[in-house]
Design a protein around this ligand. Structure first.
Ligand SMILES: C[S@@+](CC[C@H](N)C(=O)[O-])C[C@H]1O[C@@H](n2cnc3c(N)ncnc32)[C@H](O)[C@@H]1O
Length: 245
């Protein structure tokens, strides 16, 4: 699979974009109980959330994993004492064994292939916690979300890498695998001129995730429609999940 993140790693690592991811990661970290000593991060990207993990749990042993080399390079440039970086996808983690007090994935679970959830559960220690922030679809939509929906209506025959789930769908997916599940919706609203919003949607992988090989076409259409506005609101919706095996 070709990830959009290979192409856009440098833009992804801009302070404005990383702040967006760090804010979500900080909210997720606020839901984690206790003091995990052995931590694994999946889909660590450029290390935005890794940095927060390291600052919050300086005594812990942390492994951060990320399959896209271009993203991992930015992780390597950070000063992250005690953090081991591994070039692995979420599907490749089973060999690490059941030993992590915390497995964290910030805005990456939606990219994982089916069946990955069981792998993430199985690498947790018996009292461990899986903490994920996952983009979801909700009814409430801002102007930018409505334009994206209109683009989806116009673009036919899309072979989508993914489709966002609802909170209820996630709850049904997680409940059979975990004895304890806390799941809550969270949203962040941003307002940008059309060109900037379009760039952010590209860098965050949205066009690729929703429209696959037609991502560039979708982006062009989005920008054309968005250009009728000076400033556009966009609502990012997430589920915050903390689960125990
Ligand atoms: C939106 S970025 C989030 C990165 C980081 N967690 C953050 O908070 O900035 C999604 C990340 O998931 C990674 N990813 C996509 N598919 C993956 C997979 N199957 N296994 C592990 N990581 C994956 C991407 O390479 C990308 O770095």
């Amino acid at each position: 699979m070709v990830f959009p993140f290979e192409k856009w790693a440098s833009l992804y690592s801009s302070p404005f974009n990383e702040q967006f991811y760090q804010d979500i990661a900080a909210t997720l970290l606020g839901k984690i109980k206790g003091h995990p000593r052995s931590i694994l991060e999946v889909g660590a990207g450029t290390g935005a959330a890794t940095e927060l993990l390291q600052r919050r749990y300086p005594e812990a042993s942390i492994i951060a994993t990320e399959p896209v080399e271009e993203m991992l390079k930015y992780c390597q440039k950070r000063a992250l004492p005690g953090v081991r970086l591994l070039p692995l996808s979420a599907g490749e983690l089973a060999f690490l064994g059941s030993r992590f007090d915390l497995v964290l994935g910030n805005i990456c679970y939606h990219w994982f292939p089916r069946g990955t959830l069981k792998i993430l559960r199985d690498i947790l220690a018996p009292q461990g916690q899986l903490a994920l922030s996952i983009p979801i679809q909700v009814r409430e939509k801002a102007d930018g979300n409505l334009i994206l929906l209109e683009v989806a209506r116009k673009i036919k025959g899309v072979n989508r890498p993914g489709k966002l789930k609802t909170l209820a769908q996630l709850r049904r997916e997680f409940s059979p695998l975990f004895s304890s599940l806390w799941i809550e919706a969270h949203s962040v609203e941003e307002s940008h001129p059309p060109e900037r919003l379009t760039l952010l949607l590209r860098v965050r992988g949205s066009f690729h995730f929703l429209f696959g090989e037609k991502g560039a076409e979708a982006e062009k259409m989005f920008l054309e429609m968005a250009s009728a506005h000076k400033q556009i609101n966009f609502r990012w919706n997430f589920a915050l999940v903390v689960a125990r095996p």
